[in-house]
Design a binder for this molecule. Structure first.
Ligand code: FO1
Length: 449
């Protein structure tokens, strides 16, 4: 079932007398648990036209490099195969979506897309909707509860968002079934379309910035994501509540990169986890639903989500009051990027991100806090944290990444006892890591990479 609140008309155009229904797949790069795809299937059956799916490779996606395109391409090749098994043809184009999607939509009776939450994704959709002749409909599939249904404003903390989401879960935490396709599109024609059959071909088309290598330990796509999900439920979920924060252990789900590219749906993950009676279930669902959808609320309602200006006034004011406090030591951006500080824990975290494209969740907080301490101003620290996160993390350039960086500077948190440099923003230090964890074991693990 596709709840009405997931459906948004992006223009007031009519259905056109053309040859196909077009689904521009962008955010939700998957075949299972994709409300936009199912809606497109239902509509194409209703108007008795074949459905074709289009993905637009955008070579200059902000801050993206080879590491990210490789992972995304692995997923797309799988999507193409799975769509084919359902009788749906998938085409790709390469370039600016506003130009490319509009061209392919010239022959579309109806254009469907999924919802994207970041500024650029929203601009793309607005511009495409204004340029096409056919009706364009957006279906929200990335949030378990649609972002505007949960709340009509930016929320202060998880505490204010949680009850609003929880009371809607009964309605939204429900399975989504495949609809069968009446008219297949396997022989449908689409001008200007490309058919890359391998990740290599996709990379050849995109020609990404090659400065950051692909990761070796994780490959993209729904199959790998589903295997990871089962293995997480079977082997890690029970201890997730007690051990997820320990950097020397590996109790995270490892799903965030797949979620970032829409390769697996959080709705599917939540339903699978919900079936268990595991003691880790509630803590996991809090992170997967409440914390993640708080990040979506943040990027949706705060137009400065990728800037220091996004901070609540108490945090901005207290950091400003302490802006001229002495920073000692002080590191240059090069020293930081090369993980050459005096702090072995921070260096290990930076190295982990650099090599694996994924820093342990607890270390992400410590890592961000130290930038406040070591850089010339909090605004510089904020911009640099985002730069590193977006460049190296597989799941950077994402609402969770923007909210995670903002949290280090006080967003979604409360005021603490005032101290130098941080003011009332929460402080974290190395002795906390030493007290709580076998942090040297974490350092050794990273040194061995
Ligand atoms: N979306 C696209 O529609 N086309 C792309 O070529 C593309 C590249 C890309 C590279 C890195 C990255 O992090 C995201 C990228 N995205 C692309 C968007 C992505 O799939 C998500 O929709 C957004 O990042 C939102 O989180």
């Amino acid at each position: 079932m596709i709840q009405k609140t997931r459906i948004h008309l992006l223009n007031s155009n009519q259905l056109q007398n053309k040859s196909y229904v077009l689904y521009w797949m962008q955010q939700s790069q998957r075949v299972d648990y994709n409300h936009a795809l199912e809606y497109a299937v239902i509509e194409s059956n209703r108007v008795n036209l074949p459905l074709i799916v289009l993905f637009c490779l955008t070579p200059d996606f902000p801050d993206a490099n080879y590491r990210h395109y490789e992972f995304m391409a692995q997923g797309l090749i799988e999507v193409k195969k799975s769509l084919h098994e359902r009788g749906i043809n998938m085409f790709m184009v390469n370039g600016d979506p506003v130009k490319e999607v509009v061209l392919v939509a010239l022959n579309a009776a109806l254009l469907i897309t999924d919802r994207g939450y970041l500024r650029l994704q929203r601009q793309w959709r607005m511009n495409v909707a204004a340029a096409v002749k056919c009706a364009m409909i957006e279906i929200e599939s990335e949030c378990i509860v649609p972002v505007e249904t949960v709340s009509s404003k930016e929320e202060y903390t998880a505490g204010t968002l949680r009850p609003k989401i929880q009371r809607l879960l009964r309605e939204y935490l429900v399975p989504l079934k495949h609809n069968s396709v009446k008219r297949d599109s396997l022989t449908a024609k689409c001008d200007a379309a490309l058919f890359p059959a391998s990740t290599k071909e996709i990379i050849r088309l995109v020609k990404p910035n090659m400065t950051v290598p692909a990761v070796k330990w994780l490959s993209g796509g729904y199959i790998a994501a589903s295997e990871r999900l089962s293995s997480f439920i079977n082997h890690k979920l029970d201890k997730f509540g007690s051990l997820r924060n320990d950097p020397s252990m590996d109790y995270s789900s490892g799903l965030s990169s797949y979620i970032h590219f829409g390769q697996i749906s959080t709705l599917q993950i939540a339903l699978e986890v919900n079936k268990t009676h595991s003691p880790g279930k509630d803590v996991f669902l809090e992170e997967l639903i409440v914390r993640r959808e708080l990040a979506y609320n943040f990027v949706w309602y705060n137009k400065n989500y990728d800037s220091y200006k996004s901070l609540p006034s108490w945090a901005a004011n207290t950091l400003e009051t302490h802006r001229t406090d002495t920073r000692k030591p002080w590191y240059s951006e090069t020293q930081l990027e090369k993980a050459s500080t005096y702090d072995p824990y921070w260096n290990a975290a930076q190295r982990e991100m650099h090599i694996r494209g994924k820093m342990h969740g607890y270390m992400r907080m410590y890592w961000g806090k130290k930038l406040i301490e070591w850089m010339s101003s909090p605004a510089d620290a904020y911009a640099f944290a985002l730069y590193l996160n977006n460049k190296y993390e597989l799941d950077g350039r994402d609402p969770n990444g923007f909210a995670g960086v903002a949290w280090c500077f006080g967003k979604h948190d409360r005021a603490w006892k005032e101290r130098p440099v941080f003011g009332k923003v929460r402080y974290m230090n190395a002795s906390g890591l030493e007290r709580k964890f076998d942090i040297d074991a974490y350092v050794s693990k990273i040194e061995a990479l």
